[in-house]
Write a protein that binds this ligand. Structure first.
Ligand SMILES: [Zn+2]
Ligand SMILES: [Zn+2]
Length: 276
């Protein structure tokens, strides 16, 4: 099993150590894990100074030494992005290496997209958000996948659902650009812990992405607690099947590589990753 989205003490909003997750991973039969701690630059994030790259790399090195025989450990990050922070993100990444990067648009004009869904319609929630995502996919190349695409679904069951018909043209442009650049989605199961019946994105968006040439989806629970780690990975695989997918992806030799869904849940990695 792969788990490609979790937060350790290197994120301001988690108190779980990397070592605790590694032990849980081995207990649960997870063979490959990406620790995607938050790297934030938006001024709205008051805790944005929390992350320290050296400390993170030290944790990765220590866990690889302790658990590397049983577990593939990817040095990863969830990097918050919007057009207002693009320059700061680019500056920050100079000289830093990651095996896997999720790019997430959490903040639009200082407002958290998830919270916005509680008081705005779907169309209002996602209008400028989609402009930010389109700018991300057309101007940036620092990431592998886009995080929790319809994030509002984690906060509001109705408003959080992206209106595919209304946004059809823009979504087609975004998905086609992602496919052309080999980018994928983070299939994020945290919404299932918050009462949603679907992971993010859900089957309709996954199907549309595939029709536009999309090839890559990674799976993760977005854990900020030990109990959430690697939860609902099987549900994510079922969602992919429902949407006509036969593979999910993981990182091997520095890039996203497809793996048959049966092997995502199995014990053996398809390709041994080469990691930084
Ligand atoms: Zn996030
Ligand atoms: Zn996250």
């Amino acid at each position: 099993m792969f788990e490609y989205h979790s937060h350790t003490t290197n994120s301001p909003d988690s108190r779980v150590t990397m070592a605790q997750y590694c032990e849980r991973a081995i207990d649960r039969g997870v063979r490959e894990v990406a620790f995607t701690d938050h790297i934030d630059h938006d001024p709205a994030v008051r805790s944005r100074g929390h992350y320290n790259y050296e400390r993170y790399r030290n944790d990765i090195a220590a866990c690889r030494a302790l658990y590397g025989e049983h577990l593939t450990i990817l040095a990863a990050a969830e990097i918050d992005w919007n057009r207002g922070t693009a320059a700061a993100v680019a500056d920050y990444l100079v000289g830093k290496q990651f095996d896997f990067v999720i790019a997430s648009v959490h903040w639009v004009n200082g407002e958290y997209v998830g919270e916005r869904a509680k008081t705005h319609s779907s169309i209002e929630t996602y209008a400028q958000f989609l402009d930010e995502v389109e700018a991300l996919v057309t101007t940036e190349d620092f990431f592998n996948v886009i995080g929790h695409f319809d994030l509002g679904k984690r906060y509001h069951q109705v408003n959080g659902r992206m209106d595919i018909a209304h946004n059809h043209e823009q979504l087609a442009r975004i998905f086609t650009a992602m496919a052309a650049k080999g980018k994928g989605f983070d299939l994020n199961t945290s919404s299932l812990r918050n009462g949603s019946t679907e992971p993010m994105p859900g089957p309709d968006i996954l199907r549309f992405f595939r029709e536009c040439g999309g090839q890559h989806v990674t799976i993760g629970a977005d854990a900020h607690s030990l109990d959430a780690f690697a939860t609902n990975i099987e549900a994510a695989v079922r969602t992919l099947e429902e949407a006509g997918w036969t593979t999910a992806s993981h990182i091997a030799q520095g890039k996203l590589v497809q793996v048959p869904l049966a092997r995502v849940l199995g014990e053996t990695p398809a390709v041994i990753p080469v990691l930084v």
